[in-house]
Design a protein. Structure first.
Length: 162
């Protein structure tokens, strides 16, 4: 087994030095492999935890978002995103700052951004440009009047091509 890590021949009388070198290399190889696996496992755990935290840390479940797109069904080109923010009792939340980010569900497309204005209390609207047909999602980022920040993804499947 040592022959894999050590030269096959040493002068007579140096068996202990041959074993010592072989054992040292084998221990270093095992320690290196173990350290690699530990570091890799730690990085995977860290990435998993950070990915999970992003989606849930800014959602406020008691806040309702009712999102509508005009034209309906949505198609490539100019559209209006209309949304209503409401509290746990269903009352509209006015005075929020609302930003929208539109993304396709597959990678490779540049996102589109819009700042929504308050059309009436709790009702926000923004123009947006769908650049390609397919499945989209809208990331709603809102700062509520009390300073809380909300971030929620709303799916928008099947934007049609004209």
């Amino acid at each position: 087994m040592c022959e894999i890590f050590c030269p096959p021949s040493y002068p007579h009388g140096t068996l202990s030095s041959q074993f010592s070198r072989c054992f040292t290399r084998k221990v270093l190889t095992i320690k290196s492999a173990r350290n690699f696996l530990l570091v890799t496992g730690f990085l995977i755990l860290l990435l998993t935890l950070s990915a999970c935290r992003r989606g849930s840390s800014k959602d406020i479940p008691e806040i309702g978002i009712d999102l509508t797109v005009y034209p309906n069904p949505p198609s490539v080109g100019a559209a209006i995103i209309s949304l209503v923010l409401s509290d746990a009792e269903g009352r509209p939340i006015d005075g929020a700052t609302v930003e929208l980010e539109g993304n396709m569900s597959h990678a490779g497309m540049a996102p589109v951004f819009a700042q929504a204005g308050e059309a009436e209390p709790g009702h926000y609207e923004a123009p947006i440009e769908f650049t390609m047909g397919g499945d989209w999602f809208i990331l709603v980022k809102a700062t509520l009047p009390d300073g809380r920040k909300l971030e929620r993804q709303m799916d928008l499947p099947a934007v049609t091509s004209r």
